[in-house]
Design a protein around this ligand. Structure first.
Ligand SMILES: [Zn+2]
Length: 302
């Protein structure tokens, strides 16, 4: 598939360079044909309360805003900065740290951190709607530093992440899913498959016994002992993807703790899964941010 051109910063500034342009864009996404009151459902031109950027329904007097129900709900940051933040986070394969958002947008670190997590959560929710299917390669990997007081052995020293990638018949990767797991055992494998992989799919793994449960779960499971010399192609693509995820986590988000690891992994998967539609990434991410359910800041802490 041919790579499409991404939106340049200049193009971005032409389309979304002012608060008004961003506001109008959100209005057009929410009400593409005509205003429909989110409360009473009547479609009728609203009173436009320009000073407060609200739209008042002529039938029930409900005051609607373009940001209600989006990740930008009740934000004190300008839409222009939000749009630029979404642009930076969606365009760059390496992601965009809160520190960089702080600097580029001229906002407080706290605000930048909350913004980046809200965008990340919207990305994760968008991907949660899709399942892997066909032929799926599965494996697990360990991230981060060894935990103090942990036992030695597979899966006990670092944070485990289970990965799945759908593969086409030419041996090219399609889509990926990844989940942070407290332990790596049969239940983890089974839960991952049920949550992310279509029933009946073909799943390939290494020879580890924890994957045997997949046959019992109704998948066509093919196990092969990992042998990089005898069978160099086996799980090779997935291992490359896993090293890219590690580089992303270590490169952009140094010293990331376990707490938010899943959110960062979701961000990686989101961009990877849209790598053939780079030119649409910004628009798709704005749409994800508008469609995502709002959540208060406290959910992000801890
Ligand atoms: Zn109404």
């Amino acid at each position: 598939m041919a790579q499409q051109k991404t939106m340049s910063l200049l193009e971005f500034m032409e389309r979304f360079g002012t608060e008004e342009l961003c506001h109008q864009h959100l209005y057009d996404i929410r009400w593409p044909e005509r205003f429909v009151c989110p409360k009473c459902g009547v479609a009728d031109e609203p009173f436009n309360i320009k000073s407060r950027k609200l739209y008042q329904c002529k039938h029930c007097n409900h005051q609607a805003s373009v940001t209600a129900g989006t990740v930008m709900d009740k934000t004190k940051t300008s839409l222009h900065k939000w749009f630029l933040g979404i642009y930076l986070m969606s365009q760059d394969k390496r992601g965009c740290s809160a520190k960089r958002l702080q600097r580029e947008l001229g906002i407080a670190y706290d605000t930048a951190w909350t913004m980046s997590h809200k965008i990340r959560k919207a990305m994760g929710e968008k991907d949660a709607a899709y399942l892997l299917g066909g032929t799926v390669d599965m494996d697990e990997a360990f991230f981060g530093a060894a935990r103090v007081g942990s036992k030695r052995g597979r899966g006990t020293e670092k944070t485990a992440i289970v990965f799945g990638v759908s593969m086409n018949n030419k041996g090219k990767p399609g889509f990926i899913k990844a989940k942070v797991a407290p332990t790596v055992d049969s239940d983890t494998v089974s839960d991952f498959a049920k949550e992310y992989i279509e029933a009946g799919s073909r799943i390939r793994s290494d020879g580890l016994t924890i994957y045997r449960i997949l046959s019992k779960d109704g998948y066509a499971h093919e196990a092969q002992v990992f042998d990089p010399i005898g069978s160099p192609e086996h799980l090779k693509i997935l291992h490359i993807i896993i090293s890219n995820v590690k580089a992303f986590i270590n490169g952009t988000y140094h010293g990331l703790g376990d707490t938010h690891l899943q959110a960062f992994i979701d961000e990686f998967c989101y961009r990877f899964n849209r790598r053939f539609w780079e030119s649409q990434l910004f628009n798709r991410t704005i749409n994800a941010c508008v469609g995502a359910t709002p959540f208060p800041r406290y959910e992000l802490i801890g």
